[in-house]
Write a protein that binds this ligand. Structure first.
Ligand SMILES: Cc1cc2nc3c(=O)[nH]c(=O)nc-3n(C[C@H](O)[C@H](O)[C@H](O)COP(=O)(O)OP(=O)(O)OC[C@H]3O[C@@H](n4cnc5c(N)ncnc54)[C@H](O)[C@@H]3O)c2cc1C
Length: 520
């Protein structure tokens, strides 16, 4: 029997669409099947009140890989930016805010950091530049005898060596440090250190004192390399990025079906042969690529019957419990924050006024509690893009850390109290805010899991930590987008280099498939 498609991609998140587009561009017949009625997964728009659309999860675009943007011609497919070079505003609890745009800082009390931060920033950028190429390369196998694995290690080593003796030594000194110690060594302003440390722990299971938080910060900085627009808000919301990717994929011949949840990945004679949908329909294909997270893919869609116990044990150890929640608000009018003019209000507002605040916010999560004083990342995308809300209203998008997946007392009993708590926290800086809220939606990690199909509701589909990175992601032995089932590949955030709206995992997976699988 001939296959209906060469490849079926399970999941139309932005990585699934990217992967499908590259595969079809190379001449493969590709079908994408997405469970939800909308494409984009965690990078989609969401109508959370009548007539109001906002970013379901992701709200800031800053790491879309330049190759994806260029090779898939996303500009031609209507990807536009409503705002670029957004400043980061570190909210001071007393209304004395600090504004950070790249190396530039406005609002410092003392002059020391005005010199120290650009110096530190340049040094970290040099290190990030050395790491950057590894993001879009297949992680080499540990101890592999293949010349390509050895070459990849050698290239990384050389890039670090070319940093020069001073920077290379410094890299080796700081890479396993925590960001709390590093920033205390280098800087003095608490608001500056708080905002920088926030970047190091955003979307992770870390507080600033957690070992490895410098590495996650460097990783984030590496993802920003090659993007000249800084922090951006896409015109039409994050869903517009997904739409551009879907249009690009379709222009290469990809077929897309939404509202088509996959029940099972079909494995016959130890080879992936297609999928069975929840509706009972069977779709045959020469190969399957999964954009669903690794646990969902193997534990639910493939099933243990086709996998050895060693692999299943390693997969069980892949940590997937998310700690970030999302609060979407519809506001009547424009919120007024003490000390913020409109230019700053349109920026990325961070509430992490010092590193101790951030660490204490993290502490609660270790005991199954949400933060007494949560750390926040706030944007108001409708200030840049009027299409998101009806006249006079605004959308406020808030990423909230920390909200444990397993909350004492359960989320059903505490979700609304948590939303009240976050609104009250913001109201300390914007006293009129509670009266402006006309609709709200709090998505705790279990809600993100349910709504977006991500196990644990995790930003990266699984912790991004030194034991789950690079050649160890998602599990040792299967870090190169392949799986123990021949003909089954992964392409989502659970693979290298992790999450964020980057398209990198999708692009890397497609390259790997095209390199090893002959055209049928
Ligand atoms: C609260 C929050 C805020 C964030 N903010 C940002 C941000 O501002 N900027 C940023 O860059 N990143 C942000 N991120 C991270 C980013 O959104 C994700 O890492 C990224 O979108 C993951 O993309 P993906 O395509 O790999 O996976 P996903 O987006 O998870 O897509 C997977 C797709 O597979 C589908 N699927 C799953 N199971 C099945 C099945 N059985 N059948 C068919 N389809 C299936 C799902 O429905 C989904 O569409 C945020 C994440 C969270 C949780």
């Amino acid at each position: 029997m001939s296959n209906a498609y060469d490849i079926v991609v399970v999941g139309g998140g932005h990585n699934g669409l990217t992967c499908a587009a590259y595969l079809a561009k190379a001449g493969r017949r590709v079908l994408v099947v997405e469970a939800s009625d909308r494409l984009g997964g965690a990078a989609a728009n969401r109508e959370f009140a009548p007539g109001v659309t906002g970013p379901g999860c992701a709200h800031i675009l800053h790491q879309l890989h330049p190759a994806v943007r260029k090779q898939l011609k996303l500009k031609k497919h209507d990807l536009k930016l409503a705002a670029r070079q957004l400043p980061t505003v570190s909210l001071g609890e007393d209304g004395r805010h600090l504004v950070l745009t790249g190396q530039r800082i406005d609002g410092l009390d003392e002059t020391g950091d005005a010199q120290a931060w650009p110096k530190l920033h340049r040094r970290l950028k040099r290190m990030a530049r050395a790491l950057h190429p590894s993001l879009s390369q297949m992680p080499p196998r540990l101890g592999g005898s293949d010349w390509r694995d050895r070459l990849a290690f050698a290239k990384l080593g050389l890039r670090l060596r070319f940093l020069g003796k001073t920077d290379m030594r410094e890299f080796l000194r700081i890479v396993n440090m925590n960001v709390f110690d590093l920033l205390n060594d280098e800087l003095t302003d608490e608001r500056l250190k708080g905002a920088l440390a926030f970047d190091a722990v955003l979307g992770s299971n870390f507080g600033p004192r957690s070992p490895g938080s410098v590495l996650t910060w460097l990783y984030r900085l590496a993802g920003d390399i090659g993007n000249n627009d800084g922090l951006t808000i896409p015109q039409g919301g994050m869903g517009a990025v997904t739409e551009a990717l879907a249009n690009a994929a379709q222009s290469f011949g990809v077929e897309i079906r939404t509202g088509a949840p996959v029940r099972r990945i079909l494995v016959e004679e130890d080879h992936a042969r297609g999928v069975e949908l929840e509706s009972g329909e069977t779709i045959t294909a020469g190969m399957v690529v999964s954009n669903a997270d690794p646990k969902r893919t193997f534990q639910s869609l493939v099933g243990p019957a086709h996998l050895d116990t060693g692999f299943m044990r390693r997969l069980r150890g892949f940590r997937t419990n998310g700690l970030a929640a999302k609060l979407n608000l519809v506001l009547e009018g424009v919120p007024e924050f003490t000390g913020l003019d409109m230019a700053k209000l349109g920026g990325r507002l961070i509430l992490a006024p010092d590193m101790g605040y951030l660490e204490r916010a993290f502490d609660h999560s270790k005991y199954g509690e949400y933060s007494a004083a949560p750390a926040l990342e706030i944007t108001i995308p409708s200030l840049h893009d009027g299409s998101l809300a009806s006249a006079g209203r605004n959308v406020m998008s808030v990423v909230v850390q920390y909200a444990p997946y397993e909350l004492k007392g359960g989320w059903d009993a505490n979700r609304e109290a948590f939303a009240d708590h976050v609104i009250k926290t913001i109201a300390a800086l914007a006293p009129g805010l509670p009266r402006q809220v006309v609709a709200r939606e709090m998505l705790a990690p279990p809600d993100l899991e349910r709504e977006f199909g991500m196990t644990g509701g995790h930003w990266h589909h699984g912790d991004l930590a030194v034991d789950q990175m690079l050649m160890l992601r998602p599990v040792p032995g299967f870090a190169q987008y392949a799986s123990p089932v021949p003909g089954l590949y992964l392409c989502g955030a659970g693979t290298h280099p992790g999450g964020g709206v980057t398209g990198t995992a999708g692009m890397n997976a497609a390259r790997r498939i095209l390199a090893v699988e002959a055209k049928p």
